[in-house]
Design a protein around this ligand. Structure first.
Ligand SMILES: [Fe+2]
Length: 278
């Protein structure tokens, strides 16, 4: 049986802050079960004032499932290949202009790959004096808020996913040579959450470039319409980072994007790990 946790809601849209847990401790099974239940309910959960190294972050991540190294070797942490850096500096500490805008358009991670991740975890190490936050959109409530007719129509559509091939993916083009290596993935536009069964609107404007049987221009209009719908404030939680935050998000029931507004000359360094179902 799960123990009860104190969870403080972070916004009307989603997000819960969990107090009283040190993630460096080996969590007992009832405590971890309560954390999983909080993630299922709040979709984004936050632990404050943590100080994890790559291996303790990986240990925590492994409780949720199987970790996977970042596709790009240069992102991997030298001490642990299953942990990667999200940062705006390169290995020599020089500012990387692309680091500012990377992942700053709405997306869910890796929907262009064969397997979908369950969750991802970010741990803030260095945060700018202002800006540099991350936005999350609740794709369950975004779906539930649509008119019934639209929900039915979307439920029949199969979306085509590729690496940054959607209307919001253009700033990635030419950045990674391996982009064309991913065969197109076909996924239902609405699918039940694997743990809770709640329907998820599973269309993101970075990776979805079409729908089976629809003309490209009609398809892109739907992708953009759904992106505009989902990014309304009523579905969105904005996380302003503090050093020590550990934030876990549900990779299927949410989209996310970086604010892309880190001031020039200020460092932003987070550790990340991504978790796949066991
Ligand atoms: Fe991402």
């Amino acid at each position: 049986m799960a123990t009860s946790l104190t969870v403080k809601p972070l916004s009307a849209a989603m997000g819960g802050e969990i107090a009283g847990i040190n993630l460096r401790d080996q969590l007992d099974d009832p405590t971890f079960a309560a954390i999983e239940m909080a993630l299922d309910e709040y979709l984004v959960i936050v632990f404050r004032d943590q100080d994890l190294d790559p291996s303790t972050l990986a240990n925590f991540g492994q409780r949720f499932g199987k970790l996977r190294p970042h596709a790009l070797e240069s992102y991997r942490h030298p001490e642990h290949e299953d942990v990667s850096y999200i940062r705006n500096i390169d290995d020599d500490g020089k500012f990387d202009p692309f680091g500012k805008i990377r992942a700053s358009t709405w997306h869910a991670d890796a929907t262009y790959e064969a397997d979908l991740p369950r969750a991802a975890i970010l741990h803030a190490k260095e945060i700018p004096s202002t800006g540099g936050g991350t936005y999350f959109a609740n794709m369950c409530t975004a779906f539930e808020a649509l008119p019934a007719e639209k929900r039915e129509k979307l439920s029949e559509l199969v979306a085509l996913h590729g690496y940054a091939t959607g209307p919001a993916g253009s700033h990635y083009q030419g950045k990674n040579d391996y982009a064309n290596a991913y065969p197109e993935q076909r996924r239902p536009s609405v699918h039940p959450h694997p743990r809770t069964g709640r329907p998820i609107l599973f269309i993101n404007p970075m990776h979805v470039h079409g729908f089976e049987g629809l003309h490209k221009s009609d398809a892109l209009a739907i992708v953009e319409d759904m992106a505009n719908h989902s990014e309304q404030d009523r579905f969105v939680y904005h996380h302003q980072w503090h050093v020590g935050d550990v934030l876990v998000w549900d990779e299927q029931a949410t989209m996310h994007r970086g604010a892309g507004d880190t001031p020039d000359g200020e460092r932003r360094v987070l550790l990340r790990t991504i978790v796949y179902p066991k």
